[in-house]
Design a binder for this molecule. Structure first.
Ligand code: KIV
Ligand code: ZN
Length: 497
């Protein structure tokens, strides 16, 4: 008999906290629906007290999603719990996730408190949440650095107070797999009432061990894994859903999940594209190279028998090597079909916009693949910006100084300028700065090709600092200088109102 492992997805809460990954409510609903189709058990939809936007997203996701439990995060604070309960009003299945830091670092430096007081606060928040919902999950923040004896006392107290799920986060990504597993086992063996609740793992990846720690926790008795798509999350990220799910699918450890693994790849692409968060090419399971065999020996081996070098059939995670590539001759219906396969449903108006963008791209690029399509959807979904680029012309080359001339529309008014620079991107940015006179600096600048080929679309991620704040900008174009200018203007649109 197999044991069921519950998959708790926190892409829309812990994942969305990453600078530049913020989604609007409509986008969050799309991701939530994709997670439902993927088969996750719980969707952590947000932290309602943190902002009106987060509150609204939890409300709307609760209305839009049927099967998964919708979970809302709180601190151990009554007004947080009130907000979470209100935001979850429409959820068919609901859970409040409340908790407090339990490590000595948190007790002393974050709360200026004592161990006994923290236990009292933990009990109080669980009891308060219980007034609203039956399903209350408690997190012991920084449990990874909390000593096991004290952690067991906290856990026993909150189980007694009515918690249904106990979350043991390795908040700082500090633990070693063996120690994290022992921590879960210690709780299993030393906490009264622990068999009546589910223990959850929530591991961060600061030392690159989030998945190893999660797997170790599960092998020692945890039955809920807290994960994100592509492992996105604060700093080095969270445990990635696809790694945990495919680990237990590949190893017969008597653990099963409800995940439809064939939906993993499309969900990964969708989240990466919507959150403007590239997936590293060598990322396990979903990276572009995860199933690419380049050495002659490996290619020969795979051709003789796939299992010589592949432990997972790419089809099991939804990678269809024969997937249709769209071209300039593809119709609107083909685009709509491909979008549906990728889990994206558009209104007629947005589909028309995406199709117009698609035709424009197909004029410049022969084959349009899934990443291009998702990038186009992102563009047509964007709200009308205050500043937009009318045209950009650049001359550059070897042993010449680059020169750019640009036309911008700012709230409907037209502006033009020209400037030189040490390269075409520098020239284009200087020309934009001649029109928008703000003291702004490009802090980070990343250019990435989506797939391969010299006609490929380039994606640009940029961080611009202004007034001691950082603003994220994104651009995508077959011309990387144009994509860079788009990313710069996208960032500026976030602070020029
Ligand atoms: O990493 C962490 O400790 C968290 C908690 C709020 C669950 O995200
Ligand atoms: Zn976290």
């Amino acid at each position: 008999m197999s044991d069921r492992l519950f998959i708790f997805d926190t892409t829309l809460r812990d994942g969305e906290q990453v600078p530049g990954c913020q989604l609007n409510t409509v986008e969050k609903i799309q991701v939530a629906k994709a997670l439902e189709t993927l088969g996750v058990d719980v969707i952590e939809a947000g932290f309602p007290v943190s902002s009106p936007g987060d509150f609204k997203s939890v409300v709307e996701i609760s209305k839009a999603v049927t099967w998964p439990t919708i979970c809302a995060l709180t601190r151990a604070v009554e007004k947080d719990i009130d907000a979470a309960a209100e935001a979850l009003k429409y959820a068919k299945r609901k859970r409040i996730h409340t908790g407090i830091g339990t490590s000595d670092y948190h007790i002393k430096y974050k709360f200026n408190s004592t161990r006994e007081e923290i236990i009292e606060r933990a009990i109080a928040c669980v009891k308060y949440a219980k007034k609203y919902v039956e399903d209350v999950q408690f997190y012991a923040e920084d449990a990874g650095r909390t000593d096991n004896e004290y952690l067991a006392r906290v856990v026993e107290a909150v189980v007694k107070a009515g918690a249904t799920v106990i979350n043991i986060p390795d908040t700082t990504g500090y633990c070693l797999p063996e120690d994290f597993g022992k921590k879960i086992l210690y709780l299993k063996e030393n906490v009264k009432g622990i068999d009546n609740v589910v223990i959850a793992t929530h591991c961060h990846n600061d030392l690159g061990m989030a998945t190893a720690n999660t797997v170790s926790g599960i092998l020692n008795g945890a039955r809920q894994a807290e994960v994100t798509i592509n492992g996105i999350g604060e700093r080095a990220g969270n445990t990635s859903l696809e790694e945990v799910v495919m680990t237990f699918k590949s190893h017969n450890k008597g653990i099963e999940t409800n995940i439809n693994t064939q939906k993993i790849y499309s969900t990964s692409r969708m989240v990466s594209s919507m959150m403007n968060m590239p997936v590293q090419p060598n990322k396990a399971i979903v990276g572009r190279n995860a199933f690419a065999h380049s050495s002659g020996i490996h290619q020969d081996g795979v051709l003789k028998n796939r299992e010589n070098y592949e432990i997972i059939d790419p089809k099991d995670v939804g990678i269809d090597e024969n997937s249709i590539v769209l071209t300039a001759r593809s119709g609107r219906a083909a685009l709509k079909h491909r979008l549906n396969v990728l889990g994206v449903e558009l209104s007629q108006e947005d589909l028309d916009k995406a199709y117009a963008e698609f035709l424009a791209l197909a004029d410049r690029k022969k084959d349009i693949n899934d990443d291009d399509i998702l990038m186009l959807v992102g563009k047509s979904r964007g709200e009308k910006a205050r500043i937009s680029i009318d045209y950009l012309q650049v001359t550059s080359g070897i042993d010449v100084r680059s020169v750019a001339s640009i036309g911008l529309s700012i709230a409907g008014e037209k502006f033009e300028s020209a400037a030189s620079g040490n390269g075409p991107v520098d020239a284009a940015i200087n020309a934009i700065k001649n029109i928008i006179h703000r003291n702004m600096t490009v802090e980070e600048f990343l250019i990435q090709a989506i797939t391969k080929g010299s006609d490929d679309t380039g994606k640009v991620h940029m961080t611009v600092s202004y007034n001691n704040e950082s603003y994220y900008g994104f651009g995508a174009n077959t011309d990387i200088v144009a994509a860079s200018a788009e990313a710069f203007v996208d960032a500026i649109n976030k602070f020029v109102r």
